[in-house]
Each structure stands twice: as C-alpha cells, then as structure tokens.
Design a protein around this ligand. Structure first.
Ligand SMILES: NC(=O)c1ccc[n+]([C@@H]2O[C@H](COP(=O)([O-])OP(=O)(O)OC[C@H]3O[C@@H](n4cnc5c(N)ncnc54)[C@H](O)[C@@H]3O)[C@@H](O)[C@H]2O)c1
Length: 277
C-alpha cells in the first residue's frame, strides 16, 4: 500500500527518485537506516549503548566498539551487531576497526575532575587520545568509504563542555572543544561527498560517567556529595533534571535520518537551556 502520494516532476534526478522509491517501501519509516552500517564507540554502556540500540532498531547493522569486552558482547548480541573490543587510547586501535561504516558515532569518553595545577599530565594526554585522536583516526579510516558511497553521517558526542567551560575539567573541556572543531572540518570536507558531520552536546546525562564524578566534584567544590547534582551539575541548567541516554540517542538517530541532510557543521545542545544564558 502506498504511504505517500508522490508527484513526479522532470526536475527530479535519479538520486531523488531512488530516495522516494525507498520512502515508499513498507517499513521505510520504521527502519530508515536499513542497509546502513553504523560504528558506535563506547557502545558498551551509557549513551553509546543507547545509540547502538536506537540505530540498530532503525535498521542499521551496528559495530559495537568498547574496551569493556563482556558488556560490548552483550550489547552486540542485543542489537544483532558485532562487538570490537579495543582500547581507543591505543593510537593503533582504529586500524583494527572496520572501514566500511556509513555512520560513525564518536562517543567514547572519560572524565577526570581536578584543579588545573594538580591535574595529572598523563590523564590529560589520555583524555585527548581517547576523545580527540581516536575520533580523528576513525574518521580518517571510514570517510573514504562514505565518499565512495556518496552518503555518510558523522555524529560526535560532544558536551555542553564543548561550548562552555567549567572549573576543574581542563582535559575534558579541551577535548570537547577540539572535537567540535574536528566535526566542523569534517562537515566542510564531507559536504561535496554527501557526508554530514555534527555534534550532539548534552548537559549532564544519567550515566556512570556522571555518578562516577560526584565524589571528586564534592571534594573539588568543598560540598557534601548529596548537594553535587543540584548545586554543581544542574546549577546552570534551566531544566533541573538529568538528560536520559535515550534522549541523546533519539537526537543522534534524527541526525542520521532522511530529514536532516542540510544540517552539518552544527552542534545540537541538549543542555536544558545552559547555553541560552
Ligand atoms: N554523562 C554525561 O553527563 C555526558 C554529558 C555530555 C557528554 N557526554 C559524553 O558522552 C559520551 C559517553 O558518556 P557516558 O556518560 O555514556 O559515559 P559512560 O562512562 O557511561 O560510557 C563510556 C563508554 O566509553 C567506553 N570507553 C571509555 N574509554 C574507552 C577507551 N579508551 N576505549 C574504548 N572504550 C572506552 C567505556 O568503557 C564506556 O562503555 C562521552 O564522550 C561523554 O563525554 C556525557
């Protein structure tokens, strides 16, 4: 049964024709990513897992990339995808990953909270390797495939900290600002090849990355742990509750879907109004 009435005009090219024929296939709306392959880093838990589940449900074949092997295998089994157990701090890790991804979600990340003058240099370097160098190396590996197919979607999970700074997060704020820059360059170079690149930039999301920093935030700010969420994490958010991982995954899916092809080089803040201030 036809879902839409299509008025064909002589101005429509072959690519538009293929798109409209695909849109009329049964399930095209429910599974808009059928036939696509997605690679999601840090997909064993938190936001990455939510993205893997959502992209898989939309029809994509998902490469689940994480250093946490058992959890990655579990997510891969859940989404019918393939687990790749690698440590993205290793500069050679990207070479072990598939190069034929149509969608890349650079999500893996970590946090460390400490005043700049006490921040461990090794931790600073590690965070740049995982959150900046690994995305660069993965894009360097996968963009040629996207260019050959004339279609690709890059979504970088940045943060409100890619747009704003907070004290005690020198490595994280540095890395996320760099990721925003990498994403914009990818957008400019990818545009002639049908590849878009965007950042999704959430405020605080209810994941282990957040619960894991509460003690350190309490110490750095000199307040009790039970006051950290209200007084520190949500202090600049107009909406006073944490973002859910599924909300981030829906934004990622939308950026990979058929109605967002003109959005590129952008940063989509899911920050409860933080950057409106
Ligand atoms: N949780 C938040 O409040 C929040 C807000 C904004 C942005 N983000 C970003 O979202 C992304 C995901 O965060 P999350 O909250 O889901 O974190 P999380 O700690 O729940 O999950 C991160 C995942 O990345 C994996 N990972 C970490 N280092 C890795 C490495 N070296 N190699 C391979 N895998 C590695 C972990 O094993 C884990 O599965 C991060 O980039 C983070 O900066 C999170």
């Amino acid at each position: 049964m036809f879902r839409r009435v299509i008025v064909w005009t002589g101005h429509m090219g072959a690519a538009a024709g293929a798109f409209y024929r695909a849109a009329m296939e049964p399930n095209a709306e429910a599974r808009p990513l059928a036939g696509r392959t997605a690679l999601v880093t840090g997909a064993a838990g938190g936001i990455g897992r939510a993205c893997a589940v959502r992209l898989g449900a939309a029809g994509a074949r998902v490469h689940v990339v994480d250093r946490a092997g058992e959890a990655a295998e579990k997510v891969a089994a859940e989404v019918g995808g393939v687990a790749h157990v690698v440590d993205l701090a290793d500069p050679g890790a990207a070479d072990a990953l598939p190069s034929d991804a149509d969608i890349v979600v650079n999500n893996a990340g970590l946090q460390h909270v400490a005043p700049l003058h006490e921040f461990p240099p090794d931790t600073f370097a590690l965070m740049q390797r995982v959150m900046v160098e690994a995305p660069f190396r993965i894009l360097r590996r996968t963009l040629p495939h996207m260019y050959r197919r004339g279609w690709g979607r890059v979504v970088n999970i940045s943060s409100v900290h890619g747009l704003r700074a907070s004290p005690y997060k020198s490595a994280y704020v540095t890395a996320k600002h760099a990721l925003e820059g990498l994403s914009k360059v990818t957008a400019l170079e990818g545009a002639p090849h049908g590849v878009t690149s965007n950042c999704v930039s959430p405020g605080y999301v209810a994941t282990p990355l957040v619960t894991g920093q509460i003690a350190a935030q309490a110490e750095a700010h000199g307040i009790p742990e039970d006051q950290v969420v209200g007084q520190v994490l949500l202090a600049r958010s107009a909406i006073k509750h944490l973002v859910a991982p599924d909300e981030v995954a829906e934004a990622v899916l939308w950026l990979c879907g058929p109605h967002s092809g003109h959005i590129t080089g952008a940063s989509l803040p899911l920050d409860g109004g933080w950057t409106a201030q």
